[in-house]
Design a protein around this ligand. Sequence first.
Ligand code: G1P
Length: 293
Amino acid sequence: MSNQRVNKAVIPAAGLGTRFLPATKAMPKEMLPIVDKPVIQYVVEEAARAGLADLLMITGRNKNALENHFDKATEIESALQLKGDVGRLSQVAFSNSLANIHYTRQGDPKGLGHAVLRAKAHVAEQSFAVLLGDDMIDARDQLLPQMLDAHQKYDAHVVALMEVPMESIHLYGSAAVEKTEDEGVVRVKALVEKPTADQAPSNLAVIGRYVLKSRIFETLENTPAGRGDEIQLTDALAHEAAADKVFGVVFSGRRYDTGDKLDYLKSTIQVAVDREDIGDELREWLKGFSQNL
Ligand code: G1P
C-alpha cells in the first residue's frame, strides 16, 4: 500500500509528427484539432480531471505553440470581452487554467524511455503518471483514476492495457498477464515492445497511460537502446515486470487513436457525432454520405 498521492504527470510531446507532414512542418502534431480543440488539450484535461495538477511536457524544437496554447492569450481575451462573447472567452480562458504546466526539451530524439528520463529532476522521488498524446480516452470513461487506485493498492508501476486485434499488436507493447483478486487489474509478467503477432505474448496492448514509481528512472538509465535504436519505456518496464513489480488496468472504454491519418480522421468523426452543437447534423449528413459510397 502506498500512501503517496500522485499529483505529477509527464506528457511526452517531442515527436516530429512525420506521419502528418506537411501539416506538421511548422506546427506540432499535438496541436492538430479534434473538432475545435487541439489533441494535447484533451490529454491535459484528462490529467487535470484525475487530480494531476502539476504537468511536465517534454517538448522539442518547433513546439512553441504548445506553450502559447496553455498561456493567457491577452489580445484574444480582451477582444472577446469587448464583444461580450462570454462563451468563447470562457473556453479560451479555460485552457490556461487547467494545470500548472512546466516544459523541458528532450534534445536528442532517443525514444519514449529517453523522453521520460528527462523528467527525473522535476519528478524526483515521487510516483507520477505518463500520458501519451496519441491516445485519447473519452471523458465519459474512466482509466487514470483506476490506475491511480491500483498504484496505491499494489505500490507498483501500473500500465493501461487494452485488447486489440492480433493483427494490430505489432503497433504496441504487448503484455503477458495473470489475474489478480481485483476485477480489471492484472499482474504483468512480461512485456514486449511491438512484437510480430506470432511473438506477442497476448493481444493485450499497452495504451499510452502509465503510473510509475520513481524507481523507473534508475531502470531507464540502465536500459540499453532497443527497438529502432531508441530507449524504450516498455523495455524498462519489462525489466521491472520480471521482478513482479508491474500491474495493468484493463480498459474497455472508448479510446481514440490520433497517431496516424486514418485513425485521426475516425477519431474526429467519433468525437464530433457526440458533440451537442454539431453531432445531430453531422450524423444525418453521414447517413446520406455513406449511402452514396
Ligand atoms: C508507444 C509505446 C508502446 C505503446 C504505444 C501506445 O509507442 O512505445 O509500447 O503501446 O506508445 O500508444 P508509439 O505509439 O509511440 O510508437
